[in-house]
Design a binder for this molecule. Structure first.
Ligand SMILES: Cc1ncc(COP(=O)(O)O)c(C=O)c1O
Length: 428
């Protein structure tokens, strides 16, 4: 789907592709990259970190040091688990957030995205049930959907996944009734909400009771702008499969993330990784290892945090000033995203083309569900544009929404439509 209307291309290989691929949907976020590139369009869609704030000299120094000290190894194939030095650094980073593990628990991957794909290969057969949050990360849905699972979505509220609904679902499915539970506990993509400490404990109790592995995807954990640190699930339970990434604290262009898993799962993931790419990029591992040695990356992170905080606050202020009263939104303490819920009968997908006409992009909510739910919602990101552009983008979006909401309100007033807000993909 393109924003300017999809061009239908005749495909003479149609009918030869695997049925697995037919289950993988394109994402509006990816499709929007072209539109978001137009200089007049304000992008509130993509989750792109602001790499303009990563000093070029620091990267050049890291590349030079990598070549000087690890040159031969950096240009050679490496082990499938990835550089031992960088895995050691990852173990140190995880210890800082409260999770104790060692480098042999870790596999370096091509971003957290590859870890999602490898886990899907390792765990899923067609028809298997998996449990995710609803809404959830569109890239996870894409990675999982090739393996044709049935996805049970657990709704969220401001404290993250509703564990009482998780419990009901697990009881309905029975012991080992799902292959895994996938959660993004910190500043969830797309909803922005954070799983509370008490719900983290409850989720783990339930996972134990029903003997179901938990995948904790944590790309945004270090991007907290207010409130106290909450221990990751992996810190509370060594059986949790943890996914991390350098994409948000350094640069997604390097494509390096990691997976920490109990040894038997890690062995299966390594086999899947060998089949996928033999090994990761030794060069990228060496550069990141050099960048993360020393303290300058911590200064960059503090700078990123304060820039993102300022942008988030600009978004909050503009939402409060310009968005209509029958629209609700989340108030994330970190990460990149705000989730907006319109009255239940609204559909945000057709609004996207109009928004692009008005010079602003967002992601329609239904992208974040496997089954078309969430159509009355949308995701906006505050990570990329300046505070001024964010304020202008929200003003433009409010104009588009106000137009449609005016029509909706007149239908409600005429009794043609019931008044309702916050159902479907909205948060409880
Ligand atoms: C929740 C979540 N998981 C995984 C990823 C993939 O990150 P990476 O760049 O490490 O592949 C993203 C990227 O936005 C994300 O939001």
């Amino acid at each position: 789907m393109g924003t300017g209307g999809a061009r239908v291309v005749f495909d003479r290989w149609e009918g030869r592709y695997s049925s697995a691929m037919s289950a993988v949907r394109s994402s509006a976020v990816r499709d929007l990259f072209a539109a978001a590139d137009r200089p007049d369009v304000i992008s509130l869609s993509g989750g792109m970190p602001d790499v303009r704030r990563v000093p070029r000299e620091a990267v050049q120094r890291a590349v030079r040091d990598a070549m000087r000290h690890d040159g031969a190894a950096a240009l050679q194939y490496g082990s499938s688990e990835g550089s031992v030095a960088l895995r050691g650094t990852v173990a140190d980073l995880m210890a800082e957030s409260g999770a104790r593990l060692d480098e042999d628990d870790i596999v370096l991957t091509a971003g957290a995205q590859q870890a999602l794909d490898l886990l899907a290969r390792v765990f899923l057969d067609p028809g298997d049930v998996i449990i995710t949050e609803g809404p959830t990360y569109v890239g996870a849905l894409q990675a999982f959907s090739a393996y044709r699972p049935r996805v049970e979505c657990i709704p969220l509220d401001e404290h993250g996944m509703r564990t009482e609904v998780l419990e009901e679902t697990l009881r309905r499915l029975g012991p080992r009734g799902a292959k895994f539970i996938y959660t993004i506990p910190n500043f969830q993509n797309p909803a922005g909400v954070t799983l509370s400490a008490s719900r983290r404990r409850r989720l783990l109790e339930l996972a134990h009771e029903f003997d179901i592995p938990v995948i904790e995807d944590d790309p945004y954990g270090r991007l907290r702008y207010e409130g106290g640190h909450i221990l990751p699930l992996r810190a509370l339970d060594p059986d949790v499969i943890y996914l991390g990434t350098f994409s948000k604290v350094f640069a997604p262009g390097l494509r390096v993330g990691w997976l920490a898993a109990p040894r038997p799962i890690r062995s299966k993931v390594l086999l899947a990784k060998q089949a996928a790419d033999l090994c990761g990029s030794s060069f990228a591992h060496a550069v990141i290892e050099r960048y993360m040695t020393g303290t300058s990356w911590r200064r960059v992170l503090v700078d990123l945090q304060s820039a993102y905080r300022e942008r988030r606050d600009a978004m909050f202020a503009a939402l409060a000033e310009h968005f209509p009263g029958d629209v609700a939104w989340t108030r994330p303490e970190g990460g990149f995203f705000v989730w907006v819920t319109l009255p239940a009968h609204m559909d945000t997908k057709p609004l996207l083309a109009e928004a692009v006409e008005h010079g602003v992009t967002f992601v329609p909510g239904s992208d974040f569900f496997p089954d078309g739910r969430g159509s009355n919602c949308l995701r906006i990101a505050f990570c990329y544009e300046s505070p001024e552009k964010i304020a202008e983008g929200i003003t433009r979006l409010a104009e588009v929404l106000e137009d449609k909401l005016g029509l909706y309100r007149s239908f409600v007033a005429a009794g043609v439509m019931p008044a309702s807000a916050g159902s479907g993909g909205g948060l409880a």
